[in-house]
Design a protein around this ligand. Structure first.
Ligand SMILES: [Mg+2]
Length: 372
């Protein structure tokens, strides 16, 4: 039996080349907590989570103080048992937020480690569903100072020219007339491609949401994402009843129970869990299985380097989100191998585990807390 001998975390802060905005926030830098789990069979695995624009140190501390002692000496292949033990140990601090992000990163590292130990790409170890690629949509359409509707349209048309059949833009920051100008330019530019709208928790009441949706609906959005604060499930459900546009949510939710509530309330038709915060690969697959039994789709949030493996191993993932470069989500600056994007699809990696390693030079450049 293999035994876990070492668990380490590092914190990096990666500045954006140009600050970017969505409805509720301006982003200048991103914290990533990186973890590494090693066992005495000679195999190590890596995981990660997003820590926000600051405060990643809380998650780093949760890895080192709270969860490392749970894992040391244990069999790394007992992933379900270790998930349960980490969850139990962090009940007071966790269940969501920073401690659940720490658990998520470690769960990812265990799966990555075990796949490497088996010499398999992670999507194969998880039980492959796709054959060689998965469908992705291009995420973008952010607010930038001086960005006109024409520039937005050019950006989205560029994604379609790369072969993407779906593109996403931000909404909810500006007034009704300005937002209509943006979305009409976007629709003209992309033709019949799927157009996802992301409100990033921008609306506070149903009345406001309905006024905006009345403007957006003629442009046939594919979904409206995170219309309200994550905890305001009532308004998600009311909006879902009053618009034909599917409501999507879940990118910062954690745990299968919360997603069950979303389903029970009819708060969303499309679930968007993110394995870096929902509880790792283990919990993501439970959430996806629950969604499948209710006839619902799962479209994972961001980090296509990770979610390509989940999308490729599950039957109800019609789209994975893809950021084509490092201007918005700059995690890709930290890794040595990028997923190949071809005709709007993510090609399945063939290397063992996640299929990438961390770049030591990048970690050194952006380190806030070195490995420890
Ligand atoms: Mg989003």
């Amino acid at each position: 039996m293999a035994k876990i001998t070492d668990v380490r975390a590092a914190l990096v802060r990666v500045p954006l080349d140009s600050p970017t905005s969505f409805s509720t926030r301006r982003v200048t830098a991103r914290d990533f907590v990186l973890v590494r789990v090693e066992a005495d069979d000679g195999h190590a695995g890596i995981g990660f989570t997003y820590g926000g624009s600051g405060g990643g140190n809380i998650t780093t501390a949760a890895v080192r103080s709270l969860l490392r002692p749970v894992l040391i000496g244990e069999d790394p292949f007992r992933v379900e048992g270790l998930w349960e033990a980490m969850y139990q140990e962090s009940l007071l601090q966790g269940r969501t937020g920073s401690a659940m992000r720490a658990l998520s990163a470690l769960d990812i590292a265990l799966w990555d480690r075990n796949a490497r130990a088996c010499g398999l790409p992670l999507w194969k170890l998880l039980g492959g569903y796709a054959k060689d690629s998965v469908r992705a949509y291009a995420s973008g359409g952010y607010y930038l100072d001086g960005k006109t509707p024409h520039m937005l349209a050019d950006e989205l048309a560029g994604y379609c020219a790369m072969g993407f059949g779906g593109v996403k833009m931000k909404v909810g920051r500006l007034g009704l007339a300005e937002e209509e100008d943006r979305i009409s330019h976007a629709r003209d530019a992309i033709g019949a491609a799927d157009l996802m709208l992301d409100c990033n928790n921008g609306w506070r009441d149903l009345e406001t949401a309905l006024r905006y949706m009345a403007v957006f609906e003629p442009y046939s959005p594919y979904w409206i994402e995170e219309p309200f604060l994550p905890d305001d499930l009532e308004n998600h459900a009311r909006l879902a009843q009053q618009t034909l546009v599917p409501v999507a949510t879940g990118e910062i939710e954690s745990g299968r129970w919360r997603f069950q509530q979303i389903i029970d309330k009819g708060a969303a038709l499309i679930l968007q869990p993110d394995a870096v915060c929902c509880g790792g690969i283990t919990e993501f697959r439970r959430i996806a299985a629950t969604a499948a039994s209710h006839g619902l789709s799962v479209c994972p949030h961001a980090y296509h380097e990770l979610h390509v493996h989940l999308a490729a191993s599950l039957p109800n993932v019609p789209y994975a989100e893809c950021f084509i470069d490092d201007r918005i989500v700059n995690f890709r600056k930290l890794i040595d191998t990028q997923v190949t994007i071809k005709d709007g699809r993510l090609m399945l990696p063939h290397g063992p585990g996640l299929g990438f390693a961390y770049r030591d030079d990048a970690i050194e450049e952006f380190a806030v807390e070195a490995w420890g």
